[in-house]
Design a protein around this ligand. Structure first.
Ligand code: AMP
Length: 317
């Protein structure tokens, strides 16, 4: 089972209350691959410039991730993003976005990437997400992320892209922005009722956890309890990597599996566990050498945290 991810590969500058890094590895596809590679084979599609060296590509290839479809643009510069977090770490200001080679990116998927069973469309222009989706006819399960910018300026394309996938992964605020609904629940129900709708909506709730909504019910996972957070950058993409990687591993074991509420409930635990490791160091640094058993240990802890014993009492009339 192979997962293909299409999205940004970046150098990031990050400042948090824990410190500052001027240039570390980042990008949505980079963070996603660091997480999904715990579960399955990953292929990354995205552009980099001349400044992205062999040792950078090697890091992208952690746990065997295939980088054959990483396009090195001659004379180009890699996408650069710089952000500064507020003290609560729940919000940040974007200081610099230099699109560089990302500006003229036209995804070119090899036959191998097109043949992937599972596809993750990371946050890029919705029209490009649709073009990639059209190239991957064999995909059994497709998830998509986006951002406020595309909800604002490419709403129609984004709605069309969402109509062609199985699982939408957005922040709670983005879901409300997309639909105009007053609550995240109402936003998810509105999208599930579209004529062309995904079968699942996952709302990322930042430091409050995540919720999945499907036609057969939902499930909420709390955030993993941590003493301290060093750098939340890429937490959303790492979470998506854990979710999508887990689904791919389940589909590998049972190709006829229906990815329903129960499968996605467990997937949320995996996304939350991988993301919890990611935020404990700058960039994706903690994930490079992390053993899979460390992710599993946090999944087990989340299972304990979400298990509610049934112990009814008689309620007064
Ligand atoms: P997250 O913290 O999950 O929002 O992801 C942050 C990552 O997304 C960083 O590593 C950035 O390099 C990357 N990023 C920031 N802005 C954009 C953008 N406009 N398009 C694609 N990737 C971006």
């Amino acid at each position: 089972m192979t997962v293909t991810v299409v999205g940004s590969i970046a150098f990031d500058g990050v400042e948090t209350p824990s410190g500052k890094r001027d240039r570390i590895h980042g990008g949505a596809a980079f963070h996603f691959a660091q997480a999904a590679s715990f579960y399955t084979d990953v292929r990354v599609v995205g552009p980099v410039g001349d400044d992205y060296g062999d040792e950078d590509i090697a890091l992208l290839g952690t746990r065997g991730t295939n980088t054959d479809d990483v396009e090195r643009v001659a004379g180009g510069k890699t996408f650069f993003w710089q952000g500064k977090y507020h003290d609560d770490l729940n919000s940040r200001d974007t200081i610099v976005t230099e699109l560089n080679v990302f500006e003229s990116f036209e995804p070119k998927l090899s036959a191998e990437s097109q043949a992937s069973d599972v596809l993750f469309l990371a946050n890029i222009v919705p029209a490009l997400q649709r073009a990639v989706r059209a190239q991957c006819q064999a995909a059994k399960w497709v998830a998509l992320d986006s951002m406020d910018l595309w909800i604002d300026i490419a709403h129609g394309d984004l709605v069309a892209a969402i109509g062609e996938i199985d699982c939408l992964i957005l922040n709670d605020g983005e879901l409300q922005q997309l639909t105009g609904a007053a609550t995240t629940y109402a936003a998810a129900q509105a999208i599930l009722a579209w004529d062309e709708a995904p079968s699942a909506i996952i709302a990322k709730l930042g430091s409050y956890g995540a919720t999945v909504y499907t036609q057969d019910g939902g499930f909420t996972v709390p955030v993993f309890p941590l003493e301290s957070v060093v750098d939340p950058t890429g937490a959303g993409d790492t979470f998506a990597g854990g979710v999508v990687g887990y689904v791919a591993a389940r589909l590998a074991a049972d190709p006829d599996l229906v990815v329903d509420r129960d499968v996605l409930a467990t997937a949320l635990l995996h996304g939350t566990a991988t993301a919890s490791h990611n935020v404990e160091a700058f960039g994706a640094e903690k994930l490079y050498d992390l053993p899979g058993s460390a992710v599993q240990a946090r999944v087990d802890r989340l299972v304990e945290l979400t298990r509610v014993p049934e112990a009814p009492v008689a309620l007064r009339a």
